[in-house]
Design a protein around this ligand. Sequence first.
Ligand code: ZN
Length: 357
Amino acid sequence: MFDIEYFRMMPQLFYSFAKELFPSNFTPAPSHSFVKLLEDKDKLLRNYTQNIDTLEHVEGIKSVLNCHGSFATATCIKCGYKCDGKDLEEDIMAQQIAYCPKCNDKPKQPTKPKSSISEGATISSRDFGNEDDDDDEDDDDYGMQRGVMKPDITFFGEKLPDAFDEALLADREQVDLLLVMGSSLKVAPVSDIMGHLPHTVPQIVINKTPILHFNFDVQLLGNADDIVAYLADACGWTLEHPRIPGQSTQSAEFQAQIQKPIESPPPIKVVANVKDASLSGEVETVEKSYDVPKHWVVFPSAVISGKDLMVANGDIPIRLAIDSSDEEDAESYDSDEDEGDALADDIQKLHPSTPAP
Ligand SMILES: [Zn+2]
């Protein structure tokens, strides 16, 4: 959907769902307010965001870097004309293509480009021609011919804004703490940030599920909006937001129902069904007990699976596959869903008032 070649061919596809992503459909969350609070306290160096919804701007955060661009501005893919993202709002809300007011070659009657994928038509590999074909009067390149406006969000196949590299280079000399919130860190460029910081800089992540492919010093696991409210309160700060009970961490309502970390999460039993490669795929049940790692701070809203615990304790699933050195058997690992989520169940027992994740 976010492929630039795709957009050039069939901008109507993007414009058919862009409405769902347009910033006016969202409001900032307590997590945004927390970042604003950090900035107000002069503790924010920069907010690197993967979000394209510009809610950081709505919240009033000044030091923001939109790593994947945003809807704040838009550019004509034909002539390069730039405008405010707001100018596209009417078309986006009406789910119709926004054309360039400068080089606009808008059809008088709505016509479908030939490469429409509607009605189940298949797309030939030819439709994904390389960029060298752009100069051709090619019917596939509908957007380029007509002068279609594209919000300045970064699509796959497009170069990321230079601002990212420049900001990271400057910030790595000054940063004294990295706080990652609500990202699985699987997408560049944010996934590169950790590797570019000095090892002396503490790295903390707030996420619903554990991050296993980076070594964070502390993982605060649970609902980010609950955790930031807890952190603000623990720092003696006041965080205000309509979605915080009583609208403020100072309120009696909030203090009465503050979500605190579970003090000592018990060892969790994990039951895994493992296919035995040597015995023609027979399934054996393996039962093990795992400690929650010491650097995981588990809040009641955390979602931790048995597989997370296995991997965190160095017991990678392939090691549980019997008589197997074949990498393919890693795929045959099959954890029992119900048993695998044992931690979530145990947390439920410890905190019966918490809604199931
Ligand atoms: Zn134009």
